[in-house]
Design a protein around this ligand. Structure first.
Ligand SMILES: CC(C)(COP(=O)(O)OP(=O)(O)OC[C@H]1O[C@@H](n2cnc3c(N)ncnc32)[C@H](O)[C@@H]1OP(=O)(O)O)[C@@H](O)C(=O)NCCC(=O)NCCS
Length: 141
């Protein structure tokens, strides 16, 4: 097994590599498409929200731990296909939850596709419970 990757906050210089990593590793069903401006806006508004797992120069995992002062949302949770089941995902969620707690957050949540068979056990293993009563309502701006 490769050495455990380091976790760190993403910086603007990481944006091209982050977008390439998401193309390779992230769940992309029904997404509008991420772009550099959107990631730069996230880093500008909430520096530290995008947490990366890095093996040297290579990004091997990511999660967005976004706190808006009210809710703690997790997005773009992904691990490199060649590095799954090494505990990287669990470490990313631990780091995200530490960030939320430090900011005063009380409950973390994630939007997870019903048929995402990779995601469900990972969220469950980290202590997340599915809430069947809710549906997401959206409107494009
Ligand atoms: C979901 C994902 C991020 C998990 O990352 P990971 O680094 O492989 O997860 P971990 O190794 O930390 O797994 C932690 C625990 O979750 C559970 N788990 C994770 N993946 C699993 C799988 N494919 N099957 C069964 N259990 C799994 C296990 O309990 C595991 O602990 P164990 O390996 O000691 O048994 C990864 O599968 C991924 O990138 N999937 C594609 C993108 C995606 O769908 N992201 C989620 C969007 S909501």
């Amino acid at each position: 097994m490769s050495p455990a990757p380091a976790l760190r906050a993403a910086a603007e210089a990481d944006i091209p590599a982050v977008l390439a990593f998401w193309k390779l590793a992230a769940e992309d069903t029904n997404r509008a498409g991420d772009d550099a401006a959107a990631v730069a806006a996230l880093l500008g508004r909430d520096p530290g929200a995008l947490i990366l797992a890095v093996d040297g120069e290579l990004i091997v995992g990511s999660v967005v731990a976004g706190f808006d002062g009210w809710r703690c949302h997790l997005y773009r949770f992904a691990v490199h296909p060649g590095r799954r089941r090494e505990g990287i995902g669990r470490r990313l969620l631990d780091a995200a939850e530490r960030r939320f707690r430090a900011l005063g957050g009380r409950r973390a949540d994630a939007m997870v596709l019903e048929d995402n068979a990779l995601a469900h056990p990972a969220w469950a293993a980290a202590g997340y419970e599915r809430q069947p009563a809710w549906r997401r309502w959206v409107k494009r701006l």
